[in-house]
Design a protein around this ligand. Structure first.
Ligand SMILES: Cc1cc2nc3c(=O)[nH]c(=O)nc-3n(C[C@H](O)[C@H](O)[C@H](O)COP(=O)(O)O)c2cc1C
Length: 224
């Protein structure tokens, strides 16, 4: 673990969303955002930046290999680095330790809008397919499925083995949305950022969050 990474959950903003004993819920249920060790850290950084800026309440969990890929692919080695890279304001974000299977996202009784795992390693896909729940991310995904909430997985691997395909089928049958990190080229991207935004836009669409960062298909514009 690198210095500055959250070992204990930051429950400050969690408390702000609780109103014990009150029959009226004023704040939207937080989404869970998990980052695991598949290639594609820039997708996670951009998603976190946009959700942070839009003040969408979030519970953030990062696996050990999620951190490894953040460092390798984006030069991000600590909470402070990640906070800086995503705009600096985390007032809507509560951070949880992936090793703490007793934390809030581990329980179905905790309110949740759903969960996104971006990027999602094939190892985590396999764990979700098997229901192993050996980390907070795996447990939170298991809970999201059992509570019939939206679970969006953004895997990245190529080629895919029969094991991968069977696990992706199993999680789809259980209710997850498999949204591969596979950007389209029909909007003629010229920058990596546009490819990243293509995938992030699809994630935001499936979360039901209205943020527009990528051009949408409007049919071919043919000269007449
Ligand atoms: C540089 C690097 C790139 C990796 N890329 C991928 C990948 O694209 N997809 C994948 O499923 N696993 C990839 N892995 C392997 C996962 O990180 C590894 O299986 C890990 O145990 C996943 O654990 P986690 O899901 O808890 O993060 C990569 C590992 C490294 C070090």
């Amino acid at each position: 673990m690198k210095g500055g990474r959250a070992g204990r959950p930051d429950r400050g903003s969690e408390r702000a969303h609780r109103s014990a004993g009150s029959p009226v819920r004023r704040s939207p249920a937080p989404w869970i955002l998990a980052i695991t060790g598949a290639s594609g850290a820039p997708y996670a950084v951009r998603l976190l930046e946009l959700l942070g800026r839009a003040k969408v309440p979030l519970r953030l969990i990062i696996s050990g290999h999620g951190w490894r890929l953040l460092e390798t692919e984006a030069g991000i080695g600590s909470d402070a680095d990640l906070r800086r890279a995503t705009g600096g304001d985390w007032s809507n974000i509560a951070v949880f330790d992936d090793g703490d299977r007793g934390a809030v996202p581990a329980s179905g009784s905790a309110r949740s809008g759903g969960m996104v795992i971006c990027p999602c390693s094939m190892g985590t896909v396999a764990a979700i397919a098997a229901g192993t729940s050996r980390s907070l991310i795996e447990r939170a995904a298991d809970v999201t499925l059992k509570e019939r909430r939206r679970l969006i997985l953004v895997p990245r691997e190529t080629p895919l083995s029969l094991v991968h395909l069977r696990n992706l089928t199993a999680v789809t049958e259980a209710g997850a949305i498999v949204l591969p990190a596979a950007p389209g080229f029909y909007h003629r991207p010229t920058k990596v950022e546009q490819l990243v935004d293509f995938v992030v836009q699809r994630v935001l669409d499936h979360m039901g969050v209205e943020i527009a960062v990528a051009a949408r298909w409007e049919g071919e514009r043919r000269e007449r």
